[in-house]
Write a protein that binds this ligand. Structure first.
Ligand code: ADP
Ligand code: MG
Length: 395
Protein backbone atom coordinates (compact mmCIF):
# COMPACT_ATOMS: atom_id res chain seq x y z
CA UNK A 1 0.00 0.00 0.00
CA UNK A 2 1.00 3.59 -0.61
CA UNK A 3 0.40 6.11 2.15
CA UNK A 4 -1.29 9.19 0.83
CA UNK A 5 0.20 12.63 1.34
CA UNK A 6 -1.14 14.01 4.62
CA UNK A 7 -4.17 16.21 4.18
CA UNK A 8 -5.82 17.11 7.44
CA UNK A 9 -8.26 19.94 6.81
CA UNK A 10 -9.88 21.71 9.74
CA UNK A 11 -12.91 19.84 11.02
CA UNK A 12 -16.44 21.11 10.67
CA UNK A 13 -18.19 22.89 7.84
CA UNK A 14 -16.39 25.84 6.20
CA UNK A 15 -17.51 29.28 7.32
CA UNK A 16 -19.15 30.87 4.27
CA UNK A 17 -17.93 34.37 5.22
CA UNK A 18 -14.34 33.10 5.23
CA UNK A 19 -14.79 31.40 1.87
CA UNK A 20 -16.24 34.61 0.39
CA UNK A 21 -13.36 36.65 1.82
CA UNK A 22 -10.77 34.32 0.34
CA UNK A 23 -12.56 34.46 -3.01
CA UNK A 24 -12.43 38.26 -2.91
CA UNK A 25 -8.75 38.25 -2.00
CA UNK A 26 -7.95 35.92 -4.90
CA UNK A 27 -10.06 37.46 -7.66
CA UNK A 28 -10.44 41.11 -6.63
CA UNK A 29 -14.23 41.15 -6.48
CA UNK A 30 -16.92 39.63 -4.26
CA UNK A 31 -18.66 36.36 -5.21
CA UNK A 32 -22.32 36.13 -6.21
CA UNK A 33 -22.82 33.57 -3.45
CA UNK A 34 -21.42 30.58 -1.54
CA UNK A 35 -22.80 27.05 -1.76
CA UNK A 36 -21.86 24.07 0.42
CA UNK A 37 -22.30 20.33 -0.04
CA UNK A 38 -21.24 17.64 2.45
CA UNK A 39 -19.18 14.51 2.17
CA UNK A 40 -20.77 11.30 3.37
CA UNK A 41 -20.22 8.13 5.33
CA UNK A 42 -21.89 4.99 4.13
CA UNK A 43 -23.37 3.45 7.28
CA UNK A 44 -23.99 0.14 5.53
CA UNK A 45 -24.50 -1.22 1.99
CA UNK A 46 -21.16 -1.59 0.19
CA UNK A 47 -20.85 -2.38 -3.54
CA UNK A 48 -24.60 -2.92 -3.59
CA UNK A 49 -25.28 0.27 -5.57
CA UNK A 50 -24.21 -1.04 -8.98
CA UNK A 51 -26.06 -4.29 -8.25
CA UNK A 52 -29.27 -2.25 -8.09
CA UNK A 53 -29.53 -2.89 -4.36
CA UNK A 54 -29.76 -0.84 -1.18
CA UNK A 55 -27.46 1.63 0.58
CA UNK A 56 -27.75 3.69 3.77
CA UNK A 57 -25.36 6.66 3.79
CA UNK A 58 -25.55 9.91 5.74
CA UNK A 59 -24.15 13.34 4.99
CA UNK A 60 -21.40 14.34 7.43
CA UNK A 61 -20.51 17.61 9.09
CA UNK A 62 -17.63 18.19 6.67
CA UNK A 63 -18.31 19.99 3.42
CA UNK A 64 -17.00 21.48 0.23
CA UNK A 65 -17.83 25.18 -0.11
CA UNK A 66 -17.64 27.03 -3.42
CA UNK A 67 -17.82 30.76 -3.94
CA UNK A 68 -18.76 31.65 -7.52
CA UNK A 69 -19.13 34.82 -9.56
CA UNK A 70 -20.42 34.78 -13.12
CA UNK A 71 -18.45 36.91 -15.60
CA UNK A 72 -18.70 38.08 -19.19
CA UNK A 73 -16.96 36.00 -21.84
CA UNK A 74 -16.00 32.31 -21.78
CA UNK A 75 -13.04 32.33 -19.41
CA UNK A 76 -13.25 30.31 -16.19
CA UNK A 77 -10.78 30.81 -13.35
CA UNK A 78 -10.65 28.19 -10.61
CA UNK A 79 -8.74 28.06 -7.34
CA UNK A 80 -8.74 25.59 -4.45
CA UNK A 81 -7.36 26.16 -0.96
CA UNK A 82 -5.91 22.65 -1.23
CA UNK A 83 -2.95 21.45 -3.26
CA UNK A 84 -0.75 23.76 -5.33
CA UNK A 85 -3.11 26.74 -4.88
CA UNK A 86 -2.46 28.05 -8.38
CA UNK A 87 -5.34 29.63 -10.31
CA UNK A 88 -6.34 27.43 -13.27
CA UNK A 89 -7.56 29.41 -16.27
CA UNK A 90 -9.69 27.64 -18.86
CA UNK A 91 -11.53 28.73 -22.01
CA UNK A 92 -14.98 27.15 -21.82
CA UNK A 93 -15.43 27.55 -25.59
CA UNK A 94 -12.81 24.85 -26.16
CA UNK A 95 -13.64 22.70 -23.13
CA UNK A 96 -13.71 18.98 -23.97
CA UNK A 97 -14.63 16.23 -21.54
CA UNK A 98 -11.65 14.16 -22.68
CA UNK A 99 -9.02 16.80 -21.97
CA UNK A 100 -9.94 17.73 -18.42
CA UNK A 101 -7.60 16.52 -15.73
CA UNK A 102 -6.54 17.13 -12.14
CA UNK A 103 -8.87 18.52 -9.52
CA UNK A 104 -10.54 20.98 -11.92
CA UNK A 105 -12.13 18.01 -13.73
CA UNK A 106 -14.65 17.86 -10.86
CA UNK A 107 -16.02 21.43 -11.08
CA UNK A 108 -15.48 21.72 -14.83
CA UNK A 109 -17.04 18.29 -15.36
CA UNK A 110 -20.22 19.55 -13.75
CA UNK A 111 -20.12 22.71 -15.85
CA UNK A 112 -19.57 20.59 -18.97
CA UNK A 113 -22.55 18.33 -18.17
CA UNK A 114 -24.82 21.30 -17.44
CA UNK A 115 -23.79 22.94 -20.71
CA UNK A 116 -24.50 19.65 -22.51
CA UNK A 117 -27.99 19.82 -21.00
CA UNK A 118 -28.46 23.28 -22.47
CA UNK A 119 -27.79 25.39 -19.37
CA UNK A 120 -26.18 28.66 -20.50
CA UNK A 121 -22.97 28.97 -18.47
CA UNK A 122 -20.46 31.59 -19.59
CA UNK A 123 -17.33 32.76 -17.83
CA UNK A 124 -16.95 32.56 -14.06
CA UNK A 125 -14.55 32.71 -11.13
CA UNK A 126 -14.70 29.88 -8.58
CA UNK A 127 -12.97 29.36 -5.25
CA UNK A 128 -13.19 25.99 -3.48
CA UNK A 129 -12.51 25.28 0.17
CA UNK A 130 -13.32 21.79 1.45
CA UNK A 131 -13.06 20.18 4.87
CA UNK A 132 -13.71 16.69 3.48
CA UNK A 133 -10.44 14.71 3.53
CA UNK A 134 -9.55 13.58 0.01
CA UNK A 135 -9.35 9.95 -0.97
CA UNK A 136 -10.48 8.77 2.47
CA UNK A 137 -13.69 7.19 1.20
CA UNK A 138 -15.77 10.14 2.41
CA UNK A 139 -16.53 11.36 -1.10
CA UNK A 140 -14.69 14.63 -1.29
CA UNK A 141 -15.27 14.42 -5.04
CA UNK A 142 -19.08 14.29 -4.85
CA UNK A 143 -19.03 17.12 -2.32
CA UNK A 144 -17.31 19.33 -4.90
CA UNK A 145 -19.64 18.22 -7.70
CA UNK A 146 -22.78 18.82 -5.65
CA UNK A 147 -21.67 22.25 -4.39
CA UNK A 148 -20.79 23.33 -7.93
CA UNK A 149 -23.98 21.90 -9.43
CA UNK A 150 -26.07 23.68 -6.77
CA UNK A 151 -24.28 26.97 -7.46
CA UNK A 152 -24.77 26.99 -11.24
CA UNK A 153 -28.28 25.58 -10.99
CA UNK A 154 -29.25 28.67 -9.02
CA UNK A 155 -27.01 31.29 -10.64
CA UNK A 156 -27.98 30.28 -14.19
CA UNK A 157 -31.65 29.66 -13.39
CA UNK A 158 -31.50 26.05 -14.59
CA UNK A 159 -34.30 25.02 -12.23
CA UNK A 160 -33.12 21.42 -11.85
CA UNK A 161 -34.46 19.37 -8.92
CA UNK A 162 -32.13 17.83 -6.35
CA UNK A 163 -32.68 14.39 -7.96
CA UNK A 164 -31.66 15.82 -11.33
CA UNK A 165 -28.54 17.37 -9.78
CA UNK A 166 -27.64 13.90 -8.43
CA UNK A 167 -27.48 12.68 -12.02
CA UNK A 168 -25.48 15.74 -13.14
CA UNK A 169 -22.85 14.93 -10.49
CA UNK A 170 -22.84 11.27 -11.42
CA UNK A 171 -22.40 12.06 -15.13
CA UNK A 172 -19.48 14.37 -14.34
CA UNK A 173 -17.85 11.60 -12.31
CA UNK A 174 -18.54 8.89 -14.93
CA UNK A 175 -17.99 10.76 -18.20
CA UNK A 176 -15.43 13.40 -17.31
CA UNK A 177 -13.44 12.08 -14.35
CA UNK A 178 -13.85 8.50 -15.62
CA UNK A 179 -14.86 6.85 -12.33
CA UNK A 180 -17.69 4.31 -12.88
CA UNK A 181 -19.56 5.17 -9.68
CA UNK A 182 -23.28 4.94 -8.86
CA UNK A 183 -25.59 7.57 -7.36
CA UNK A 184 -24.82 6.89 -3.69
CA UNK A 185 -22.43 9.76 -3.04
CA UNK A 186 -24.33 12.51 -4.83
CA UNK A 187 -27.66 11.37 -3.34
CA UNK A 188 -26.26 11.56 0.17
CA UNK A 189 -24.73 14.99 -0.47
CA UNK A 190 -27.80 16.52 -2.11
CA UNK A 191 -30.79 14.80 -0.47
CA UNK A 192 -29.75 14.43 3.18
CA UNK A 193 -31.41 16.14 6.11
CA UNK A 194 -29.88 16.93 9.50
CA UNK A 195 -30.09 14.01 11.93
CA UNK A 196 -31.03 11.45 9.29
CA UNK A 197 -29.49 8.74 7.17
CA UNK A 198 -30.82 8.26 3.67
CA UNK A 199 -32.08 4.85 2.58
CA UNK A 200 -31.63 4.56 -1.15
CA UNK A 201 -33.04 1.96 -3.52
CA UNK A 202 -30.50 2.05 -6.34
CA UNK A 203 -32.93 0.35 -8.74
CA UNK A 204 -35.88 2.73 -8.47
CA UNK A 205 -33.61 5.59 -7.30
CA UNK A 206 -36.23 6.30 -4.64
CA UNK A 207 -34.96 7.48 -1.28
CA UNK A 208 -36.33 7.65 2.22
CA UNK A 209 -35.01 9.59 5.19
CA UNK A 210 -34.30 7.44 8.25
CA UNK A 211 -33.89 9.17 11.66
CA UNK A 212 -30.39 8.62 13.04
CA UNK A 213 -30.12 10.46 16.33
CA UNK A 214 -26.80 9.25 17.68
CA UNK A 215 -26.46 11.88 20.40
CA UNK A 216 -29.83 11.00 21.96
CA UNK A 217 -28.62 7.41 22.26
CA UNK A 218 -25.33 8.53 23.84
CA UNK A 219 -23.41 7.31 20.80
CA UNK A 220 -21.10 8.68 18.16
CA UNK A 221 -19.50 7.42 15.00
CA UNK A 222 -15.74 7.65 14.71
CA UNK A 223 -14.07 7.62 11.32
CA UNK A 224 -10.62 6.06 11.20
CA UNK A 225 -8.91 7.25 8.02
CA UNK A 226 -6.16 4.67 7.52
CA UNK A 227 -4.34 6.94 5.04
CA UNK A 228 -3.93 3.88 2.83
CA UNK A 229 -4.83 3.98 -0.84
CA UNK A 230 -3.84 0.73 -2.44
CA UNK A 231 -2.49 0.92 -5.97
CA UNK A 232 -4.95 -1.80 -7.06
CA UNK A 233 -8.05 0.03 -5.80
CA UNK A 234 -9.27 0.90 -9.30
CA UNK A 235 -8.49 -2.52 -10.75
CA UNK A 236 -10.01 -4.23 -7.72
CA UNK A 237 -13.22 -2.22 -8.08
CA UNK A 238 -13.53 -3.16 -11.76
CA UNK A 239 -12.80 -6.83 -10.98
CA UNK A 240 -15.53 -6.90 -8.30
CA UNK A 241 -18.01 -5.38 -10.72
CA UNK A 242 -17.09 -7.99 -13.31
CA UNK A 243 -17.59 -10.80 -10.76
CA UNK A 244 -21.02 -9.45 -9.89
CA UNK A 245 -22.00 -9.24 -13.57
CA UNK A 246 -20.79 -12.80 -14.12
CA UNK A 247 -22.74 -14.01 -11.10
CA UNK A 248 -25.94 -12.34 -12.30
CA UNK A 249 -25.48 -13.78 -15.79
CA UNK A 250 -24.92 -17.35 -14.60
CA UNK A 251 -27.84 -17.11 -12.18
CA UNK A 252 -30.05 -15.70 -14.93
CA UNK A 253 -31.05 -12.49 -13.15
CA UNK A 254 -30.93 -8.89 -14.32
CA UNK A 255 -28.91 -7.84 -11.26
CA UNK A 256 -27.83 -9.46 -7.98
CA UNK A 257 -30.60 -7.45 -6.32
CA UNK A 258 -32.88 -10.18 -7.66
CA UNK A 259 -31.15 -12.98 -5.72
CA UNK A 260 -32.56 -13.73 -2.24
CA UNK A 261 -30.67 -15.21 0.70
CA UNK A 262 -32.81 -18.35 0.32
CA UNK A 263 -31.40 -18.78 -3.22
CA UNK A 264 -27.79 -18.94 -2.02
CA UNK A 265 -27.52 -22.73 -1.45
CA UNK A 266 -28.60 -23.34 -5.03
CA UNK A 267 -26.31 -20.57 -6.32
CA UNK A 268 -23.36 -22.28 -4.63
CA UNK A 269 -23.78 -25.22 -6.98
CA UNK A 270 -23.89 -23.04 -10.09
CA UNK A 271 -20.99 -20.67 -9.47
CA UNK A 272 -17.25 -21.10 -9.05
CA UNK A 273 -16.16 -20.65 -5.43
CA UNK A 274 -14.82 -17.11 -5.82
CA UNK A 275 -17.81 -15.78 -7.76
CA UNK A 276 -20.10 -17.39 -5.19
CA UNK A 277 -18.36 -15.53 -2.36
CA UNK A 278 -18.73 -12.23 -4.25
CA UNK A 279 -22.43 -12.94 -4.83
CA UNK A 280 -22.97 -13.95 -1.21
CA UNK A 281 -21.56 -10.63 -0.03
CA UNK A 282 -23.93 -8.61 -2.21
CA UNK A 283 -26.99 -10.71 -1.34
CA UNK A 284 -26.36 -10.70 2.40
CA UNK A 285 -25.34 -7.03 2.38
CA UNK A 286 -28.63 -6.00 0.76
CA UNK A 287 -30.44 -7.87 3.52
CA UNK A 288 -28.28 -6.22 6.19
CA UNK A 289 -29.23 -2.78 4.85
CA UNK A 290 -32.93 -3.67 5.06
CA UNK A 291 -32.39 -5.09 8.55
CA UNK A 292 -30.52 -1.97 9.66
CA UNK A 293 -33.39 0.27 8.54
CA UNK A 294 -35.85 -1.95 10.41
CA UNK A 295 -33.74 -2.10 13.58
CA UNK A 296 -33.20 1.68 13.57
CA UNK A 297 -36.95 2.17 13.48
CA UNK A 298 -37.68 -0.44 16.17
CA UNK A 299 -34.80 -0.15 18.60
CA UNK A 300 -32.60 2.78 17.56
CA UNK A 301 -28.91 3.06 16.70
CA UNK A 302 -27.59 1.21 19.75
CA UNK A 303 -29.01 -2.02 18.27
CA UNK A 304 -27.34 -1.94 14.83
CA UNK A 305 -23.79 -2.75 15.91
CA UNK A 306 -23.86 -6.45 15.05
CA UNK A 307 -25.10 -5.69 11.54
CA UNK A 308 -22.20 -3.29 10.94
CA UNK A 309 -19.68 -5.83 12.17
CA UNK A 310 -21.23 -8.62 10.08
CA UNK A 311 -20.95 -6.32 7.06
CA UNK A 312 -17.24 -5.93 7.70
CA UNK A 313 -16.70 -9.68 7.98
CA UNK A 314 -18.50 -10.15 4.67
CA UNK A 315 -16.31 -7.56 2.94
CA UNK A 316 -13.17 -9.04 4.47
CA UNK A 317 -13.89 -12.72 3.80
CA UNK A 318 -16.35 -12.87 0.89
CA UNK A 319 -15.81 -9.71 -1.15
CA UNK A 320 -12.13 -9.44 -0.16
CA UNK A 321 -11.86 -5.66 -0.31
CA UNK A 322 -10.49 -4.98 3.15
CA UNK A 323 -6.82 -4.64 4.10
CA UNK A 324 -4.70 -5.14 7.22
CA UNK A 325 -5.08 -1.51 8.33
CA UNK A 326 -8.89 -1.54 8.01
CA UNK A 327 -9.14 -4.89 9.81
CA UNK A 328 -6.94 -3.58 12.63
CA UNK A 329 -9.05 -0.44 13.01
CA UNK A 330 -12.24 -2.53 13.18
CA UNK A 331 -10.87 -5.18 15.54
CA UNK A 332 -9.29 -2.62 17.87
CA UNK A 333 -12.45 -0.53 18.05
CA UNK A 334 -14.52 -3.64 18.83
CA UNK A 335 -12.07 -4.76 21.51
CA UNK A 336 -12.37 -1.33 23.15
CA UNK A 337 -16.09 -0.97 23.49
CA UNK A 338 -17.40 -0.25 19.98
CA UNK A 339 -20.91 -1.63 19.42
CA UNK A 340 -20.07 -2.30 15.80
CA UNK A 341 -17.44 -1.37 13.21
CA UNK A 342 -16.81 -1.78 9.51
CA UNK A 343 -14.76 -0.48 6.65
CA UNK A 344 -16.73 2.03 4.58
CA UNK A 345 -16.41 3.03 0.94
CA UNK A 346 -15.00 1.11 -1.99
CA UNK A 347 -12.30 -0.69 -0.04
CA UNK A 348 -8.58 -1.50 -0.43
CA UNK A 349 -7.85 1.37 1.95
CA UNK A 350 -9.73 4.49 2.96
CA UNK A 351 -11.69 4.62 6.18
CA UNK A 352 -13.39 2.44 8.76
CA UNK A 353 -16.26 3.59 10.96
CA UNK A 354 -16.93 2.57 14.54
CA UNK A 355 -20.19 3.05 16.42
CA UNK A 356 -19.15 3.78 19.99
CA UNK A 357 -20.56 5.06 23.28
CA UNK A 358 -19.73 8.79 23.36
CA UNK A 359 -18.12 8.29 26.77
CA UNK A 360 -15.65 5.81 25.27
CA UNK A 361 -14.24 8.09 22.58
CA UNK A 362 -10.88 8.80 24.20
CA UNK A 363 -10.27 5.12 24.90
CA UNK A 364 -11.06 3.97 21.37
CA UNK A 365 -8.95 6.73 19.83
CA UNK A 366 -5.97 5.93 22.02
CA UNK A 367 -6.27 2.19 21.41
CA UNK A 368 -6.41 2.57 17.62
CA UNK A 369 -3.45 4.98 17.56
CA UNK A 370 -1.46 2.57 19.73
CA UNK A 371 -2.37 -0.48 17.66
CA UNK A 372 -1.33 1.24 14.41
CA UNK A 373 1.98 2.32 15.92
CA UNK A 374 2.69 -1.19 17.20
CA UNK A 375 1.90 -2.66 13.77
CA UNK A 376 4.23 -0.17 12.10
CA UNK A 377 1.38 1.39 10.10
CA UNK A 378 1.12 5.06 9.15
CA UNK A 379 -0.65 6.99 11.93
CA UNK A 380 -4.37 7.12 11.14
CA UNK A 381 -6.50 10.23 11.31
CA UNK A 382 -9.49 9.79 13.62
CA UNK A 383 -12.50 12.06 13.90
CA UNK A 384 -16.14 11.96 14.93
CA UNK A 385 -18.85 12.59 12.35
CA UNK A 386 -22.53 13.24 12.80
CA UNK A 387 -25.45 13.24 10.35
CA UNK A 388 -25.64 16.69 8.78
CA UNK A 389 -27.80 18.64 6.32
CA UNK A 390 -27.38 18.24 2.57
CA UNK A 391 -26.22 20.76 -0.03
CA UNK A 392 -27.48 24.32 0.36
CA UNK A 393 -26.77 27.95 -0.37
CA UNK A 394 -24.75 29.26 2.58
CA UNK A 395 -24.32 32.94 1.64
P1 ADP B 1 -12.93 10.63 -2.44
O1 ADP B 1 -14.10 11.13 -3.23
O2 ADP B 1 -13.18 9.33 -1.78
O3 ADP B 1 -12.41 11.64 -1.47
P2 ADP B 1 -11.75 10.66 -5.04
O4 ADP B 1 -10.49 10.08 -5.58
O5 ADP B 1 -13.03 10.30 -5.68
O6 ADP B 1 -11.76 10.35 -3.48
O7 ADP B 1 -11.65 12.23 -5.10
C1 ADP B 1 -10.47 12.88 -4.62
C2 ADP B 1 -10.06 13.94 -5.61
O8 ADP B 1 -10.97 15.03 -5.55
C3 ADP B 1 -8.71 14.55 -5.33
O9 ADP B 1 -7.68 13.79 -5.91
C4 ADP B 1 -8.85 15.92 -5.97
O10 ADP B 1 -8.63 15.84 -7.38
C5 ADP B 1 -10.29 16.25 -5.74
N1 ADP B 1 -10.44 17.05 -4.53
C6 ADP B 1 -11.01 16.69 -3.36
N2 ADP B 1 -10.99 17.71 -2.47
C7 ADP B 1 -10.38 18.75 -3.10
C8 ADP B 1 -10.04 20.09 -2.72
N3 ADP B 1 -10.32 20.57 -1.51
N4 ADP B 1 -9.42 20.85 -3.65
C9 ADP B 1 -9.12 20.36 -4.87
N5 ADP B 1 -9.41 19.13 -5.27
C10 ADP B 1 -10.03 18.32 -4.41
MG1 MG C 1 -14.94 10.09 -4.91
Amino acid sequence: PDARAPHAPDPGTPRPEDVAARFTAAFGHAPDGVWTAPGRVNLIGEHTDYNEGFVLPFAIDRSAAVAVKLREGTTARLLSSYGDQVVATVDLATLSHSTMGGWTAYPLGVVWVLRQMGVAIGGFDLFLHSTVPTGAGLSSSAAIECAVASAFNELCGAGLSASQLVLVGQRAENEVVGAPTGILDQSASLLSTDGHAIFLDCRSQESKLVPLDLAAAGLLILVVDTKVSHAHATGGYAARRASCELGAEVLGVHALRDVAEADLPEAAGLLDAETFRRVRHIVTEDQRVLDTVAVLADAGPSAIGALLTASHASMRDDFEISCAELDLAVDTALANGALGARMTGGGFGGSAIALIPAAGEAMVRAAVVRAFAEAGFTAPEIFAVSPAPGARRAL
